[in-house]
Write a protein that binds this ligand. Structure first.
Ligand code: 3H9
Length: 703
């Protein structure tokens, strides 16, 4: 018997434990072992029912993602086949689902006639997050078990469903009182099934999933959902598979599902999303940090600045039960900040996402203060004051006076030099950058800026803390703008310049949203604040002074007080949330082009794509070469989680690999030639890009 499963016969029951740490991923060897064990039990006259469980507590996280895209993914016995064979056994199978049954793991449980969970159990079909659809019966069996609407909701959201809801839906038949009692409860259930002569498989609750559905249900559902899918393939394939479940007998539906799954598996989108899955896990692996690196306890947090950013940061911690002291300089600003946090939670209460009781519990964890002395017992202090070096340095001088030894002192700067901030303290080893993205309680990205003297345990602690509050922490070295905002500079520069040369803000934004970015450059600047962007640029003026056209339109809008959405005018005009084009911006572009002697011409969408994206990619590659980013995948995570880059393109670095590094280099060289002095000024290929292409490499890596 394979070491990947445990096998035991007890009192008429075969207990088969999945034992492939860490998550019992259903790679080929485990699939084979499960099948052999189940067939052995089926052939053993002493066995009357089979209980499948996770020998290490967790049931199963699904197919082995690392097999996708290789022959191993469908190597015999493939998962759909294994599960079909399990459904044909003559003895009842009970799945004892500890903690998780995800993807193929839930499909394995669905192939068992009966399922038992425990209070912490979560089930789900998260394949959509990998650009896939359930491919081992999930799209056919789940709608038959729970009905079409809840099945579609689970597959399209990829969300995990907690035990109580799974019981209500009929995915679970029974709940054990605790995780420790799960196996006993499943065995007891199996004995009851034997005693009552229950069939190997109970009759399905919805043998025809379409029964009871309104005639136009699927059509309406699709029309409602489709705008959210943008150009993603996977939701469309999920939908086709569920249509098949409604129209075809089970066996034909299963065959259709496999065909659709293979189409998804081969798609560039799924390759990109699988890359993102592994990049998220890689991002936590930092040279010099491992499991033996000590962590500092974080029991109390302080946040300095009760503005939108500080308030959002504070919410992250109270959401997970960590008390926060919020410091402001003036009483009225503090009151406003505290009221805003309460208001944010009230919106969640109104939407039914939070109970009144929880709201009060969270607010009770929050204390306002005007006095630095109240920060003396904080384990982690995060400064979120005005983005100016002298102001931040002053805050850190005060922190150095009042904070206890060993407290971690973090700055939320978005572009300033963390080394210069650390230098004003007597404890630079305790200083780090924690760059949250606005709105800080929503956006998943946390750039963790590892300054020159930051201690390893400070870095390790903040990375762990970041994950505790539900962020994707990515480590960056110190440079102007770190990974994200430094890459934003050349990308936004090209967008501005293209408007001078003849494009409109709307055309530029449409090209970018056409690629499925959440927002174009100009809508993003209007949202973030044209003023904020100006101030960041201004701090770096010396580096751009040689180009008088550099973001000139942005500078002019700033001087006109057109700060974006908050003033109702920026690159666009706003009425509430409605955005309109503004011909004054076009007129401004025409005037500036005349003054700067920039020839105006019609601009093709392809040129907008290439100039904005290639400059973004080029800067990312340069950051990797400089060691500011540790891996290309880290850069992708920054842009996906902080700047709305679509995960199904895999982030800018992965997108460049899909386009072809040679094409990106050729594009940069083309614009270096064709854009005259401007091209020679900015279109310089990153040396690493040139080296990679010269060596015939297709992946972006340090080299
Ligand atoms: C599928 O099932 C398709 C089928 O419908 C059809 C097939 C024909 N495979 O996240 P963690 C690794 S698609 C391979 O850090 P956590 C992970 O890389 C699949 N490896 O822990 C990491 O390795 P390392 C549908 C996997 O506790 C280690 O396990 N299922 C898989 O924060 C620990 O992971 C999913 O999409 C896997 N399936 O979270 C579930 N899962 O240590 C994907 C994990 O070397 N998995 N690994 O870096 C998850 O969502 C989370 O990993 C989980 C644990 C919630 C399970």
């Amino acid at each position: 018997m394979s070491s990947l499963v445990t096998y035991q016969v007890e009192d008429g029951l075969a207990l088969i434990g999945l034992a492939r740490p860490p998550v019992n991923a259903l790679g080929q060897p485990l699939r084979e072992a499960i099948l052999q064990a189940c067939e052995r039990a089926d052939a053993d006259a002493a066995v009357r029912a089979i209980v499948l469980y996770g020998a290490n507590g967790l049931f199963c996280a699904g197919a082995d993602i690392s097999e996708f895209g290789s022959p191993a993914s469908f190597a015999a016995p493939d998962l759909p086949d294994v599960l079909l064979r399990l459904t044909r056994l003559d003895k009842p199978l009970v799945a004892a689902i500890g903690r998780l049954a995800l993807g193929g793991g839930l499909e394995l449980a669905l192939a068992c006639g009966y399922r038992v969970g425990e209070p912490q159990t979560h089930v789900g079909l998260p394949e959509i997050n990998l650009g896939l659809l359930p491919g081992a019966g999930g799209t056919q069996r789940l709608p038959r078990l729970v009905g079409v609407a809840p099945a579609l909701e689970m597959m399209l959201s990829g969300a995990q469903v907690p035990a109580a809801r799974a019981l209500e839906l009929g995915i679970l038949d029974r709940l054990a009182d605790s995780a420790g009692q799960l196996l006993d409860c499943a065995c007891q259930f199996a004995r009851e099934l034997i005693a009552s002569g229950a069939p190997a498989r109970p009759a399905e609750r919805f043998p025809d999933p379409a029964s009871g559905l309104e005639a136009d249900f699927l059509e309406r559902y699709r029309a409602e959902q489709e705008p959210r899918w943008k150009s993603r393939l996977a939701p469309r394939l999920v939908f086709s598979a569920v249509e098949a479940a409604c129209l075809l007998p089970l066996e034909q539906g299963l065959a259709r599902e496999v065909a659709l799954f293979k189409q998804a598996e081969d798609s560039l989108q799924s390759q990109a999303q699988r890359h993102v899955f592994f990049a998220e896990r890689e991002a936590g692996k930092i040279p010099g940090i491992d499991a033996s690196t000590p962590l500092r306890p974080i029991r109390k947090v302080a946040v300095i600045g009760a503005g939108t950013m500080g308030g959002g940061i504070a919410m992250n911690f109270i959401n997970v039960g960590i008390p926060v002291t919020l410091l402001e300089r003036q009483g009225d600003a503090l009151d406003r900040g505290l009221a805003q946090i309460r208001q944010n939670y009230s919106i969640s209460v109104k939407r039914g996402k939070l109970s009144e009781e929880r709201l009060e519990q969270r607010m009770a964890l929050l204390t306002g203060t005007l006095d630095y002395a109240d920060l003396a017992d904080a384990d982690l202090v995060i400064e979120a004051v005005f983005e100016q070096l002298q102001i931040k340095q002053e805050v850190f001088r005060q922190l150095d006076q009042v904070c206890k030894p060993g407290a971690i002192l973090a700055t939320n700067t978005s572009s300033l030099d963390v080394d210069q901030i650390a230098a004003v303290t007597t404890r630079a080893q305790d200083v780090i950058g924690l760059h949250f993205f606005s709105p800080a309680n929503v956006m998943r990205l946390l750039e963790v800026v590892n300054a020159r003297e930051t201690a390893a345990d400070v870095l390790a602690t903040t990375l762990r803390m970041g994950r505790t509050i539900g962020k994707v922490p990515v480590v960056s070295g110190v440079c102007f703008g770190f990974i994200g905002n430094r890459m934003l500079e050349p990308y936004a520069r090209e967008a501005h310049r293209l408007v001078l040369e003849g494009a409109t803000p709307e055309q530029v934004d449409a090209v970018l949203t056409g690629l499925d970015l959440n927002m174009g450059v100009f809508s993003m600047l209007d949202l973030a604040g044209v003023d904020v962007n100006f101030l960041v640029r201004d701090a770096n003026r010396a580096a751009i002074a040689h180009d008088p056209s550099y973001c000139r339109i942005g500078d002019e809008l700033y001087s006109l007080g057109r700060y974006g959405q908050k003033t109702g005018r920026g690159f666009y005009l706003y009425e509430g949330r409605n955005r309109q084009n503004d011909y004054e911006v076009v007129a401004l572009a025409e005037r500036l082009a005349g003054e700067l002697h920039v020839a105006r011409r019609p601009i093709a969408d392809q040129e907008i794509h290439d100039r904005c994206l290639f400059m973004l990619i080029n800067e990312g590659i340069q950051l990797l070469d400089e060691g500011i980013a540790l891996r290309a995948g880290d850069i992708d995570l920054v842009w996906i989680n902080g700047y709305g880059f679509p995960a199904h393109l895999g982030g800018p670095m992965h997108y460049a690999e899909q386009l072809g590094l040679d094409k990106v280099l050729a594009g940069i060289e083309h614009y270096r030639q064709s854009l005259g002095e401007y091209g020679r000024m900015w279109f310089t290929p990153a040396p690493l890009l040139e080296r990679l292409v010269a060596a015939g490499k297709t992946r972006i890596e340090r080299f």
